[in-house]
Design a protein around this ligand. Structure first.
Ligand SMILES: [Zn+2]
Length: 261
């Protein structure tokens, strides 16, 4: 197996993973979607809510605000020494107290831990009119996407590495194919058709529908793997954590298998 970085930012990483198969890469994708621990608000107590929205509506919205996650300090409540009762290792207290007129943003939520903050400060929560108050106390915990979408760390997807084969064809068809490509990666060069950036091809095969001179295929063993973070963890940490979780699940299975007689 071979891994190469195609492009990377904190929120989106694109990798080339060679020499594997769909079952394997799909397992990593599912780990990212369902199994990684990330922070989110799980309990909320409204002390005042003068806004136009119901408590339940606001609670759902606030729960979905991505919080930057520190996996070194916190543990999940069920794995904590306090046995789920709640302590500083498994819970973080946050609060908000705002009076209108104004728009309440995610940044108005005050966290007691500087490492755990709303990932997007300008995410709007609700609009308050003159004299309306919003005051609440909340508790954030680590959770996993399999339990609730608010604990989902990001979005991961893959496609086979594209191979675009071009035989010399009718120049008119080739020009049409260039216009048809939604990714703008085809170019007529003299009487030939060239691919400018094969890694941008998303296998839509629109060019192949214009002319038989072009065929597009996705590899069954080399993949372009993309990870988009929702903001709680940087892309690289999502990738490494997915492997940590994968490893833990295999260890758990290993223990069960060894118990068998
Ligand atoms: Zn605890």
């Amino acid at each position: 197996m071979e891994l190469k970085k195609i492009s990377y930012s904190k929120d989106k990483g694109k990798y080339l993973l060679k020499g594997t198969n769909t079952a394997y890469i799909n397992t990593i994708r599912r780990m990212i979607a369902n199994r990684l621990p990330v922070m989110a608000i799980d309990k909320i107590t409204f002390i005042e809510n003068g806004s136009a929205l119901y408590d339940e509506f606001l609670a759902n919205r606030i729960g979905l605000i991505p919080l930057t996650t520190d996996l070194e300090t916190y543990v999940e409540p069920e794995n904590c020494k306090c046995k789920g009762e709640g302590c500083a290792r498994c819970q973080l207290k946050l609060n908000l107290n705002v009076t209108g007129p104004c728009t309440v943003y995610a940044e108005d939520i005050k966290s007691t831990d500087p490492k755990v903050q709303p990932a997007y400060p300008k995410l709007p929560i609700v609009k308050l009119l003159e004299g309306q108050n919003l005051k609440f106390e909340a508790i954030a915990i680590l959770g996993r996407g399999k339990d609730h979408a608010k604990f989902c760390a990001g979005y991961a997807y893959y496609q086979g590495y594209p191979t675009i084969k071009i035989k010399i064809g009718n120049p008119k068809d080739l020009k049409l194919a260039v216009e048809q490509c939604p990714k703008n990666i085809l170019k007529v060069d003299g009487n030939k058709l060239k691919v400018t950036d094969v890694e941008k091809c998303d296998l839509c095969k629109a060019c192949g529908e214009i002319t038989d001179s072009i065929s597009v295929e996705g590899s069954k063993k080399d993949f372009i793997f993309t990870i988009e973070s929702w903001g709680q963890l940087p892309v690289k940490e999502i990738f490494t954590q997915a492997l940590v979780v994968f490893d833990e699940e295999l260890d758990a299975l290993d223990k069960e298998v060894k118990k068998l007689k």
